[in-house]
Design a protein around this ligand. Structure first.
Ligand code: COA
Length: 374
């Protein structure tokens, strides 16, 4: 018995932006971006919300459109749980999952968001499986819990809306999209065989993004300070980590930085990512007793093709073991793994009975993997 993936779908915004277009914004070129990252283009949501993207991906995974892959079509009342992994929800309240639940008419479902940065989908699968297992027949205390038989686990991001488009070291990397998977508790199939999630301290702030709603409060440690509520105070200006890393005395970076943008020390993140990915793969293999030779496909976070190549080399396996979907998508954070998984299923790479690993790493730092039988 176990938690099995029975449907997958993805959605990309209509606008596709080629590398050459970015050269009009910052000092970069197609050759540099392709060589260093494997990215040729990315999709940017203009006039499309995160909920729009999540809805399209979810409909495909549920078998309500022809776009995705699914074993069978489900009815709205079949879904008990919606988890949306995202760092870019359309609103803080309602949650992205709540909005999606409403769009799809999933009246029986409970819904909440999860932020584990680019590892969000892995965390989401792990949480969904745990909730299903905890209410499965025979599990101690199961009758006292919310019954969760099927869940919709979604990764949904509009990273381009928290990107500093004047920072060439990050703006060439990110894109928007959504990926969705439907998981079902099945008494007859093993489904998820092992999982591993890990948080590691990012002590140098190598990957971070502030939030933009940190309004000035008219208080100090003693209490109310009425004079503190000037017009200027009420137009909050948040300094990004990128700005605070700018050379001393330079106001240029501060003024150019958007209220809320991703800061990244690429080389530090690269080193963390390369190690974290192979470690997570080793962990799920060890926890399940499955040999790497028996794994049919690895679906990794699509952050940089070079990181995937590094992992392949370290594991001593050819690149064709890995699903590569980065070229026309870029890094879409939590949406990356479920979109690549949808590609792998739709492309016929994953067949019933195959052993598959999904693996990711991200800000926080977070990392993790899930090994399942399809
Ligand atoms: N176009 C052209 N040149 C660029 C550039 C761009 N878009 N971005 C940076 N450069 C320049 C740098 O300024 C630097 O110039 P210098 O040598 O004159 O100082 C040079 O290219 C090399 O920069 P560097 O940062 O050393 O490149 P890199 O090989 O480390 O590649 C990344 C940069 C960001 C692609 C790479 O570090 C990376 O992928 N890191 C991990 C990112 C990641 O996975 N993030 C998401 C985690 S979820």
């Amino acid at each position: 018995m176990g938690c099995t993936i029975i449907g997958c779908g993805k959605a990309l915004p209509a606008l596709e932006v080629e590398n050459d277009e970015l050269a009009k914004l910052v000092d970069t070129n197609d050759e540099w971006i392709v060589t260093r990252t494997g990215i040729s283009s990315r999709h940017v949501a203009v006039g499309e919300t995160g909920t729009d993207l999540a809805e399209t991906a979810a409909r495909a995974a549920l078998g309500w459109s022809q776009e995705g892959w699914c074993e069978r079509s489900l009815a709205p009342e079949d879904i008990d749980l919606v988890i949306v992994a995202t760092i870019t929800p359309d609103a803080l309240v309602p949650s992205a999952a709540g909005l999606l639940r409403e769009r799809l008419g999933l009246e029986h479902a409970i819904a909440f968001d999860l932020n584990a940065a680019c590892t969000g989908f892995i965390y989401g699968l792990t949480v969904a499986e745990s909730m299903m297992a905890a209410c499965a027949p025979g599990f101690p205390g199961a009758p006292g819990r919310n019954p969760v038989r099927r869940a919709l686990v979604v990764g949904d991001e509009r990273l381009t809306h928290i990107t500093d488009w004047a920072d060439r070291s990050t703006c060439v990397l990110f894109g928007d999209g959504a990926g969705a998977a439907v998981v079902e508790w099945d008494e007859k199939r093993p489904g998820i065989l092992s999982s591993f999630v890990l948080n590691t301290t990012d002590d140098t702030g190598a990957l971070s993004c502030p939030h933009a709603f940190d309004a000035h409060v008219p208080f100090d440690a003693e209490g109310v300070v009425p004079s503190a509520l000037t017009a200027a105070d009420r137009a909050p200006y948040i300094t990004t980590p990128a700005a605070s890393h700018a050379s001393e005395g330079s106001t240029e970076a501060l003024e150019a930085s958007p209220l809320q943008a991703i800061y990244m020390d690429g080389q530090k993140v690269f080193k963390f990512a390369a190690e974290a990915m192979t470690e997570a793969i080793h962990q799920v293999l060890a926890r399940s007793g499955v040999a790497l030779d028996d794994v049919a496909c690895i679906v990794p976070h699509q952050a940089n093709e070079r990181i995937i190549k590094y992992a392949a080399k370290k594991l001593g396996r050819p690149m064709d073991l890995f699903q590569l979907s980065i070229a026309n998508v870029g890094n879409t954070s939590a949406a990356s793994v479920p979109m690549a998984l949808a590609d792998a299923y739709a492309g016929g790479r994953i067949k019933r009975g195959d052993k598959v690993i999904v693996v990711a790493f991200g800000g926080g730092f977070t990392s993790g993997a899930v090994l399942f039988e399809a």
